[in-house]
Design a protein around this ligand. Structure first.
Ligand code: SAH
Length: 488
């Protein structure tokens, strides 16, 4: 029988793309894979062998270290190729050394495959280089989860005196005691400190504070394991190097373009379509109604795209004054060979000022759920206003929105691009019984509204608005967010 072998393989911090090529290849070739809980399911892609979860599993008890060693010996002893997949690097607080020794003792061949360790990768992914010229020239990695009464306790005094960067793994449950111990040992309480939770995962989070206040902040933010504590001046670099996570709630067809734009402005986009567009049947007297007004107004590029598919619409629009609510809407018209005027200010009074003396009657071609705020203002100013709904804005039903709600605490910025994005996000959270979490996250994060109607809707929902651009575009909103969140 072929002799079995065990590969002690590092899986990296959690993002399957941060596994090594060797790890990937061995996983695909293995007869058996032993893994711990909390692994991204995509890591196991391509695994054809038997998969054994040796980590804690709800309801089932975790296999003891002794049990794991036994299982490795048993499987390899039976001639199988065994991969023991471990988080980060197997030899850093992973008990990989113990497993290797147990195999060595039984004469079972094994090989170590190092991995990207979370102790360096998690800070990096949160914008913290663990060393930095002129800031920190040493790195100390310790475990924060020491068993009481252990013979060689952590030498906090030595660590407090080191000066470089201190990274504490398994740092959640004893965070308060450890921070206090460091301060008592002489580390200044105002030393910058951060907790990086789930580094490299989809719902990665980072909070930063000072050593004196980090425990309280972590508690308030409900930071959970796995997370690491970083102490030192390097934490400040995250302000420049870290990326804020922005939830983009626009319809699916606008996600790609929006994400690219968000990245350009230095944000990390999360696609979560809250709304979708459903085109409506058109009224039979559409052409007549167009011909009876002087002006036709569009309030979104979506509206333009739908309207211009209507046969004969171009000739019906010829000779009319065409109004676009913002530059993007105008651009959509220009792309179709139509010139349009844009008001200086996105409000009914701005619109009215622009129309004054030019037209007395106006027809809106827009979303059925569009704000009535514009038309109302114009009516009050004495204009004749008609309104034809082109499409319904409906809840998206997109699974990405649900995913976002389930990891809502990891969102730094909420980009509301219409009142319906706000309404449907809240509705969906409520349906998932996560409304409270959503409102907590909104209160802790930055809320951006693209324009006045969106802002008013947020207000009505009881959501504080932090940012609203003067120009009614997604890009203007990103530019303003960049300015505002840098100052924070
Ligand atoms: N061998 C692993 C560390 C194992 S100890 C490695 O090299 O990364 C487990 C601890 O690692 C956790 O308590 C946590 O502090 C840290 N950790 C592991 N994965 C992490 C991640 N994705 N983000 C933040 N911390 C992580």
């Amino acid at each position: 029988m072929a002799r079995g072998k065990v590969y002690l393989v590092g899986a990296g911090p959690g993002d399957p793309e941060l596994m090594t090529l060797k790890a990937r290849r061995l996983l695909e070739q293995a007869d058996v894979v032993l893994f711990d809980r909390l692994l991204d399911p995509r890591m196991m892609d391509g695994v054809r062998g038997e998969k054994i979860d040796v980590g804690k599993n709800a309801g089932r008890h975790k296999l003891s270290q002794e049990g794991i060693n036994q299982l490795l010996i048993e499987k390899a002893g039976a001639g199988l190729m065994v991969v023991r997949l471990k988080g980060g690097d197997p030899y850093l607080f992973g008990r990989g050394g113990e497993e290797a020794l147990a195999l060595r003792e039984k004469g079972i061949p094994f090989e170590i495959v190092p991995g990207v360790t979370s102790s360096i990768a998690a800070p990096a992914l949160a914008g913290i280089p663990v060393t930095h010229r002129g800031v920190a020239s040493s790195l100390t990695i310790v475990t924060g989860h020491e068993e009481p009464g252990k013979e060689a306790p952590l030498d906090w005094k030595a660590m407090a005196g080191l000066g470089g960067t201190l990274v504490v793994l398994m740092g959640v449950s004893r965070l308060k005691q450890n921070a206090a111990a460091l301060i008592a040992a002489g580390k200044p309480a105002d030393t910058p400190a951060a907790m990086v939770e789930k580094g490299g995962w989809k719902d990665q989070r980072m909070i930063s504070a000072t050593l004196g206040s980090i425990a309280e902040k972590a508690k308030a933010s409900k930071i959970e394991s796995p997370a690491i504590l970083v102490v030192g001046e390097v934490v400040r670099l995250a302000e420049k190097l870290g990326k804020k996570r922005i939830a983009i709630l626009r319809p699916a067809h606008q996600q790609k373009e929006s994400a690219a734009l968000a990245e350009e402005y230095g944000f990390s986009p999360i696609a979560a379509p809250a709304i979708a567009l459903a085109e409506k049947p058109l009224p039979e007297d559409l052409m007549k109604r167009i011909s009876s007004v002087e002006c036709v107004a569009f309030t979104s590029a979506n509206g333009v795209n739908i309207a211009l598919k209507i046969p004969g619409i171009s000739s019906a629009l010829a000779g009319k004054m065409i109004v676009a609510i913002g530059p993007r809407t105008r651009q959509a018209l220009v792309e179709r060979g139509l010139e349009a005027e844009v008001p200086e200010e996105y409000s009914s009074s701005g619109l009215e000022r622009m129309l004054r003396g030019k037209c007395q009657s106006i027809l809106f071609l827009r979303s059925a759920q569009g704000s009535r705020y514009l038309s109302q203002g114009l009516k009050e100013a004495g204009l004749f206003v008609d309104d034809i709904p082109l499409y319904d804005t409906v809840p998206s039903g997109d699974p990405r929105l649900e995913e976002l709600i389930m990891m809502i605490r990891s969102v730094d910025i909420f980009a509301f691009t219409s009142s319906s994005t706000a309404r449907y996000l809240v509705e969906r959270a409520q349906a998932l019984d996560r409304k409270e979490e959503l409102f907590e996250a909104l209160a802790a994060g930055t809320v951006a509204a693209i324009g006045l109607p969106t802002s008013q809707e947020l207000d009505r929902l009881g959501i504080r608005v932090d940012v609203m651009p003067e120009k009614f575009t997604f890009e203007a909103m990103l530019a303003l967010l960049k300015e505002k969140t840098r100052q924070k």
